[in-house]
Ligand binder design. Structure first.
Ligand code: SF4
Length: 462
């Protein structure tokens, strides 16, 4: 599974330039996207934007940040789920509208963006890139509503899917979540500023106080009069992506009052209860598997040890993947500690199995390092359906659990045993009602209806 995007915004009531704060916020959200980064700032008259391909600290330096002056700002880190990885698709999207210039950042995917894009093209609107976010910005720009916030809510009524959006005008900051609240978004307070962010870890880095989450179907508007809110649309149920808890969010973030590390630890404990096995050590596939491995070790009383070391500096690079790099495969990222695993019965904890190829390579690595037995435990249920809401999983044909039984997967990844956490215990570990979570890739119950054309596409293509 690949990360999605991270959004960040700040409204400073003092005329202090917030570009550096956004920079640090994006730095904390870097795990959500490493392909491009961007910041736009308003000084009340003009909006200036700087964006580029690469990591936050590759895109920005002192010079580029010092050129971004103003008191309102939005920022974005991107992993491409729709649209290719090119500068035209980097965010913020900045466009001129009859409401003035706006800058928009978005996390999520619209399931009806192709239809909306075509409707806009029919009206003579042209596009620079290929993202849903540009469709959203163009829809707002072409609204017939008089007030800007009405243009936003009017636009969103036509948009189906997942979106946490932050929009800046010259003098306002708007944060809005889709009616099901599939992607996270929270509000913080920092001295004389309001901050909005995909995750609380970005508030912490600035020393901002967590205020609350933006509710599903809520629009929050911040201007010189302060913060006000409206519920623009309420669906029957909230459906926060369960994989925020399993994999995406940083362990030090808090979502719906649940610390991510704690929930992963509990997933590991339940996993040990459901799938015990006699072994000498518990280890994790770093890094998202670590809290669950610790939970498994605590429950099973089998010692937790580090058995795999991750090269933290392997991110997305501009180097085209060559055959040589492909052959190195998982070795480029992970290296076993031979002395730790040699001669032992090992339990490896990972958060998910998507295609199975990485898991198989990891199992082979551990065996080559001398492990006597290798048992794989997964801290989520089998992933049997594609995601249409902004997570880059795989097509149905590529999802191993959609095509093989657990025993078939065990044979494919060459482990001595394999066990998945049940859906019931996943939900228990998070301790939120199952109905308030999106579990679609695990149980097929999509909170937003998926158009048939898109469904048939995702059978074979990601
Ligand atoms: S389908 Fe899966 S990955 Fe996609 S939003 Fe729902 S729970 Fe998250």
């Amino acid at each position: 599974m690949k990360e999605e995007c991270g959004v960040f915004g700040i409204y400073n009531f003092e005329a202090d330039s917030p570009a550096k704060s956004v920079y640090y916020g994006l730095f904390a959200l870097q795990h959500r996207g490493q392909e491009s980064a961007g910041i736009a700032v308003s000084d009340g008259k003009d909006i200036r934007c700087h964006k580029g391909m690469g990591l936050v600290n590759q895109v920005f330096d002192e010079k580029s940040l010092s050129g971004l002056k103003g008191n309102i700002a939005v920022g974005h880190v991107r992993y491409s789920t729709t649209g290719s990885s090119v500068i035209e698709n980097a965010q913020p999207i900045v466009i001129d509208t009859k409401y003035g210039t706006i800058a928009l950042v978005h996390n999520g995917n619209l399931v009806n963006s192709n239809v909306l894009r075509q409707e806009l093209k029919d009206k003579g609107i042209s596009f620079v890139g290929t993202t849903d976010s540009e469709v959203l910005a163009s829809l707002i720009a072409t609204s017939i509503k008089e007030k800007f916030e009405e243009a936003v809510t009017d636009t969103l009524k036509h948009c189906k899917g997942a979106y946490s959006i932050v929009i800046m005008t010259r003098d306002q900051l708007i944060a809005v979540r889709d009616p099901n609240g599939i992607r996270p978004l929270c509000i913080g307070k920092l001295d004389k500023a309001y901050v909005v962010s995909s995750e609380t870890c970005a508030l912490d880095i600035l020393g901002a106080r967590f205020v609350r989450e933006v509710a599903n179907g809520e629009l929050v508007l911040i201007d010189r009069d302060g913060l006000r809110s409206q519920t623009w649309q309420l669906e029957e149920r909230e459906a926060l992506c369960v994989f925020e808890y399993v994999y995406f969010a940083r362990p030090d973030s808090v979502l719906h009052g649940r610390n991510i590390y704690e929930t992963r630890f509990h997933m590991g404990k339940y996993l040990a209860k459901e799938h015990p096995v006699e072994a000498d050590m518990v280890m994790a596939v770093p890094e998202s598997g670590i809290p669950a491995a610790m939970g498994y070790a605590a429950e099973s009383k089998i010692p937790y040890e580090e058995g795999l070391i991750k090269n933290r500096y392997v991110g997305r690079t501009f180097i085209q993947p060559s055959q040589e790099i492909r052959d190195l495969g998982v070795r480029l990222k992970l290296n076993p500690i031979r002395d730790a695993v040699r001669g032992k019965k090992v339990i490896i904890i990972d958060d998910s199995i998507i295609r199975g190829t990485t898991s198989r390579q990891i199992v082979r690595l551990i065996r080559e390092a001398g492990a006597r037995e290798v048992h794989m435990r997964i801290s989520s249920p089998p992933n049997i359906n594609p995601c249409y809401y902004g997570i880059d999983t795989a097509s149905k044909a590529e999802l191993i659990a959609a095509n093989l039984s657990v025993e078939g997967i065990r044979k494919y990844i060459e482990t001595d045993s394999l066990g998945y956490l049940s859906l019931k215990h996943l939900v228990k570990a998070i301790s939120l009602p199952g109905k308030s979570l999106c579990l679609a890739c695990l149980n097929g119950e999509y909170p937003v209806r998926i158009p048939e054309r898109l469904q048939s596409l995702k059978l074979f293509f990601n």
